[in-house]
Design a protein around this ligand. Structure first.
Ligand code: GLY
Ligand code: MN
Length: 462
């Protein structure tokens, strides 16, 4: 946890922005894996962590704007609980640590909310993503659980998003701690990989690094020689000499902040010429996109810049033909680069996605494209100093997509399908770093993780 005054200030800032009503924040509960007592590792709700820092299950908080009152609700552990879990600070102690004067057992929450409802007061809550919390809210507010998100507070949601979007110094420091664990994960993967290993061996090793650093994965590791499958969580392939593998992974080590890094690594330590050609295009797109980052620039513009670099590079190799700008305007690049350039990052690896991607990544004036590829862009809006985001272009050869486009003649005036067919077995290349938008530009966060061909090959040979 951060020092108490940080949470106090965060809540003060929030209270100033919401005119009136009762703000209701639900923390998360333990989630059973296969029976009640066999649980997934506990993950607190990120907004709850942000405003209260309490990293225990079954806590709820209320901020009454009009009465200027803040209360934490949770039951203290009984001795029977302590026998199994060990001692835990009391609710009162945890509330104090977060800078709140008031705490109460959870059954006191119902009368507080009922009184507010009876007084016709606005109850602000955030959109919910866990069924247990939808059910709890449903009971409290007498709304059908399936309709809970229809009544979530737009005012609270957008206020929380604008506050959490701007990262403070201590948040950036925590993100960098997570990236520094990623550094260990990637340099280790580069050093240990060799032909004949299974993907899962590397995945197990790198996950062990996060666990031994006292953290956990910020999302399930993507690691495969089938890098063309964008979110490939299966690690069953035996890795051969000549293969490259995409490793997209993240750590969450300190106060819940995440890292999200991708590298593409040759299994035998050396890229082939064909792999080098594609890798250099992706690297150019990544480095040029990072250099374009500064406050006031729209991330959609940076995404399209990356798309143009990729398209030009593929044209130079003979895979794409025609005018590059026209090809990008028509979405031809998306057969090779079907995802967005990046997303916001912080307490969540896709930061605040639970609050609504359109509010996090798009302003009122940015209409989300329906074009294949561009439609997946999570962050399009104008960048502000203090944002932390990922830059992660890629080139992939996805046989099912290639076959569909060829058969349906999609963008056939821009794509040389004969040449593309020679890359059917290629897989994919993605390169990702985490970037802070500064007052006049950008900073690549964390210890630099090898990414040029020369550096990656040098680490592989260590
Ligand atoms: N790192 C996976 C993703 O950004 O979707
Ligand atoms: Mn990412």
């Amino acid at each position: 946890m951060y020092p108490t005054n940080i949470y106090v200030k965060r809540r003060e800032q929030l209270r100033k922005k919401i005119k009136s009503g009762v703000l209701l924040f639900l923390g998360n509960s333990d989630a059973p894996m296969n029976y009640k007592d066999n649980i997934y590792p506990f993950r607190q709700d990120s907004t709850f962590l942000y405003y209260f820092g309490i990293n225990h299950p079954d806590f709820t908080a209320v901020i009454d704007i009009d009465e200027n009152k803040e209360i934490i609700f949770a039951n203290d552990l009984s001795v029977d609980d302590i026998v199994w879990t060990g001692p835990q600070k009391s609710t009162c102690q945890l509330a104090k640590r977060a800078g709140l004067k008031n705490s109460a057992p959870i059954n006191k929450l119902i009368p507080v909310i009922k009184k507010a409802i009876a007084g016709n007061r606005m109850i602000h809550y955030l959109p919910q993503y866990r069924s247990e919390n939808k059910i709890s809210l449903s009971k409290l507010l007498e709304i059908n659980p399936s309709a809970i998100n229809n009544y979530a507070s737009h005012e609270l949601t957008t206020t929380v998003i604008s506050q959490r979007s701007i990262k403070s110094k201590e948040e950036v420091a925590d993100i960098e701690k997570a990236i520094n664990v990623s550094y260990e994960m990637y340099t280790t993967a580069m050093k240990i990989v060799k032909p004949g290993m299974y993907e899962r061996e590397i995945a197990g090793f790198v996950e062990g690094i996060v666990l031994s650093a006292g953290g956990r994965l910020s999302f399930p590791t993507i690691l495969s020689v089938h890098g063309e499958t964008l979110h490939n969580h299966y690690h069953t392939n035996k890795m051969k000499s000549g293969d490259i593998f995409v490793m997209d992974s993240g750590a969450e080590v300190s106060n819940g902040y995440a890292s999200d890094i991708t590298r593409t690594i040759p299994v035998n330590g050396k890229f082939s010429n064909m792999q080098k050609d594609i890798y250099e295009i992706v690297l150019d797109a990544q480095v040029s996109s990072i250099k374009a980052i500064k406050p006031g620039v729209k991330y959609k513009t940076v995404h399209l810049k990356a798309a143009k670099i990729i398209t030009q590079g593929l044209k130079d190799l003979g895979l794409v033909k025609g005018n590059v700008s026209d090809a990008v305007a028509n979405g031809a690049h998306a057969m090779f680069f079907p995802h967005g350039l990046g997303h916001m990052m912080g307490l969540d690896v896709h930061d605040m996605e639970n609050l609504g991607e359109q509010f996090v990544g798009y302003s009122k004036d940015d209409i989300r494209s329906e074009q294949f590829g561009l439609a997946y862009l999570r962050l399009a809006r104008e960048l502000k100093s203090g944002f932390v985001l990922t830059v992660e272009p890629g080139i992939y050869f996805i046989p099912a997509l290639i076959d569909k486009w060829r058969k349906e003649k999609i963008n056939s005036r821009f794509i040389n399908f004969e040449k593309v067919n020679k890359y059917r077995q290629f897989g994919g290349v993605r390169i990702e770093d985490d970037i802070l938008v500064t007052n006049n530009g950008y900073r690549i966060l964390g210890k630099p993780i090898p990414k040029t061909i020369k550096d990656v090959e040098a680490y592989c040979s260590k």
